[in-house]
Design a protein around this ligand. Structure first.
Ligand code: DQA
Length: 147
């Protein structure tokens, strides 16, 4: 199994950015935890982070042609609340995806409650910190990706 893990803008600053909201782990700490779980389950992960909407769209479009990649775990960060382009790319890509947020977006500002992706996601995990990514990976490992 191969799964793409995609992170949107400012998530490269994890550990330094608003640690009281997003936690003290860096992106490479998080990737390391995911890699350990994936390797123990014969799963390969493809990591991608970008601060640019178009680069995220380009990456998702490339996944469309990659038949070896079966699913996506995505934290679209601020683009969750704004990006119809990201929504359209994920729909075009036709791979099951789980939307993850480190913080609980429903307990924050009103504008964070709106997601352009949630209704097309297999599921949404919000507020569990880095454990949310691990839970998403565990789900795909346990359930397979035919859904
Ligand atoms: C976030 C929540 C978003 O509202 C915010 O813009 C982010 C991170 C999260 O992981 O909690 O950058 O997706």
């Amino acid at each position: 199994m191969k799964i793409a893990v995609i992170n949107g803008p400012n998530l490269n600053l994890l550990g330094k950015r608003e640690a009281h909201i997003y936690g003290s782990k860096s992106m490479s700490d998080l990737e390391g935890e995911l890699k350990n779980l994936a390797e123990a389950n014969q799963c390969q992960l493809l990591f991608f982070q970008s601060n640019h909407e178009g680069e995220l769209v380009d990456f998702i479009q490339k996944l469309l042609a990659d038949e070896t990649c079966q699913a996506i775990i995505i934290n679209p960060a601020a683009f969750t609340h704004t990006s119809i382009a990201l929504r359209d790319a994920l729909i075009a890509c036709e791979k099951p995806f789980i939307e993850v947020h480190l913080s609980n977006v429903h307990s924050r500002e009103e504008f964070r409650k709106k997601s352009y992706l949630s209704d097309r996601a297999v599921g949404v995990i919000t507020g569990l910190g880095s454990m949310g990514y691990l839970a998403a990976l565990r789900y795909f490992l346990a359930k397979g990706v035919e859904s």
